[in-house]
Design a protein around this ligand. Structure first.
Ligand SMILES: C[S@@+](CC[C@H](N)C(=O)[O-])C[C@H]1O[C@@H](n2cnc3c(N)ncnc32)[C@H](O)[C@@H]1O
Length: 239
């Protein structure tokens, strides 16, 4: 549909009718050819903002999928990189990608819910790409608290989000239309497929991050076509 090697419309529909985990298991072999894989046009400027190659010890990518974020973050890591995701199919793809570069920092991939990370002050940088729509608003504080706990004091959670689009914009109505369809789907079909747009836009992200104790900076670093996106650097205070 999007790319000759990408999933067909039928495959995407079957994905959406499955649970979140099963849906990603099904789509995993073709995921890199969908527009849902975070593009390098986002990842490259963001990594330049985080630091130079070899400038951090341990990195974590939450909801790592097939490893797009890990591939970008790994050269910055001196000691280790970890990825967690719910979908075993996505993790298998990420593992294959990590195995292609054995000269880089050792990579650990673990099947784990982002709401139950269970890490304790183990990472200098955490990232998360393309997955905030899978975290329901009522779970966002728990999600961010887990990332805060996973970071060492002074550690940074770095990600990308966007300003909330205006009521008159096409983006607003397209995404809210999608959300309405998902709400109906989840009301009639179990297990749910959790995916809602615009639920962690910049104002909401700042609110939750601040409440969970982060110090937050926002950077306007992206060029077209990502000029509406903002890089967020949330730092766990040292004391
Ligand atoms: C759109 S993909 C993004 C993958 C990758 N981060 C990227 O940017 O290309 C979303 C990923 O989040 C994972 N995911 C969704 N909910 C999750 C949860 N509660 N815990 C862990 N992973 C989750 C899915 O399995 C999927 O791999």
């Amino acid at each position: 549909m999007f790319h000759p090697e990408g999933p067909t419309f039928k495959e995407l529909t079957i994905q959406a009718l499955s649970s979140t985990t099963r849906g990603y298991d099904l789509i995993a072999p073709k995921f890199e050819h969908t527009p849902f894989r975070t593009p390098d046009g986002i990842l490259k400027p963001l990594m330049a903002l985080i630091g130079s190659p070899g400038s951090i010890d341990d990195g974590l990518d939450v909801c790592c999928g097939t490893g797009a974020g890990m591939q970008a973050l790994r050269p910055l890591c001196r000691r280790s990189i970890a990825g967690v995701d719910l979908s075993d199919g996505m993790l298998q793809q990420a593992r294959a990608r990590m195995d292609e570069r054995p000269e880089l920092a050792p990579a650990t991939l673990t099947q784990r819910d982002a709401l139950d990370l269970g890490f304790d002050a183990e990472f200098d940088v955490a990232t998360c790409f393309g997955a905030f729509g899978h975290i329901l608003p009522e779970d966002q504080d728990r999600f961010i608290a887990g990332i805060f706990k996973a970071l060492r004091p002074g550690g940074r959670f770095v990600f990308v989000t966007r300003q909330t689009p205006g009521l008159t914009s096409r983006t607003f109505w397209v995404y809210h239309g999608f959300n309405a369809v998902m709400k109906v789907r989840n009301a009639v079909l179990k297990p749910p497929f959790i995916m809602y747009y615009l639920i962690f836009t910049l104002p909401r992200a700042l609110e939750v991050l601040t409440r969970q104790g982060f110090q937050v900076e926002v950077h306007d670093i992206f060029s077209e076509p990502y000029h509406n996106m903002r890089a967020v650097v949330a730092t766990r205070p040292r004391t």
